[in-house]
Design a protein around this ligand. Structure first.
Ligand SMILES: Cc1cc2nc3c(=O)[nH]c(=O)nc-3n(C[C@H](O)[C@H](O)[C@H](O)COP(=O)(O)O)c2cc1C
Length: 218
């Protein structure tokens, strides 16, 4: 509903400004990685995520397609077991020992990013411990963090909150958790439109109006 209101507002803005303003393209332009974004005042966006089974990767790719940010996959130095039950055992052990599993590689040019989407699956009611390793590896002062998660059925909000709690030096925008079947471009576009409004309120005078439209599901 809010999405349609936003569309209507955007249309009205175009109509009321059309006498003096140059015409804007009607369709959203495809955004290439690293090109910068119509969102968040054109600030540089990083999408950092951990994914064991590929679901969170799919959500991260959708975020990338809309924002034009750079993707960074948080990969463990020691890969997790590829079978489900052994993986759950390792994950539980890591959670219960407050482990910090090592990450294979690091983000290049961290200082250039302003907005950091940080996400992973729900693992044992919370965020995987490797997200803590990531959060503790970088300076989040001055960054805007957007948590995201994917989950089967439970502990979505707790996991989003865990990502907020592990990045206390950052400011935060509203997170989103989706199950595998509910990941689609329009759902994520609606959310990112809202984030852009939130960002505009936190940084008055900086916000831009993004082009609106349908984004295909990857
Ligand atoms: C070790 C482990 C623990 C999990 N714990 C939960 C949980 O507590 N709640 C839940 O809803 N889903 C849980 N799941 C399911 C995943 O959160 C869900 O399938 C997620 O979308 C997987 O993301 P991925 O494919 O990016 O790894 C768990 C899965 C694994 C492997």
């Amino acid at each position: 509903m809010k999405h349609y209101l936003l569309l209507l507002l955007t249309l009205l803005t175009f109509v009321s400004c059309s006498a003096n303003e140059p015409e804007l393209p009607e369709q959203p332009q495809p955004v290439q990685p690293g090109e910068g974004s119509d969102y968040f005042s054109g600030k540089k966006v990083l999408i950092a995520y951990f994914s064991w089974g590929g679901t969170t990767r799919r959500m991260a790719q959708q975020i990338q397609a809309i924002t034009g940010g750079d993707l960074f996959e948080i990969e463990p130095e020691n890969p997790y077991p590829t079978s489900y039950t052994p993986c759950t055992e390792v994950a539980l052990e890591e959670r219960d020992t407050n482990a910090r599993p090592a990450i294979k590689s690091s983000v290049a040019n961290w200082d250039e990013y302003d907005v950091v989407f940080l996400g992973g699956p729900v693992w044992w009611h919370t965020a995987p411990m490797i997200l803590h390793t990531f959060a503790e590896s970088y300076d989040f002062e001055g960054k805007t963090v957007v948590p995201f998660t994917t989950y089967a059925s439970t502990y979505r909000d707790e996991t989003l909150q865990a990502i907020v709690d592990m990045t206390p030096d950052a400011e935060h925008l509203e997170g989103l958790g989706l199950t595998s079947g509910s990941i689609n471009g329009n759902r994520i576009l609606t959310w990112i439109d809202l984030l852009n409004e939130q960002y505009g309120s936190l940084h008055p005078g900086e916000a831009t109006v993004p082009m609106d439209g349908v984004v295909d599901t990857i």
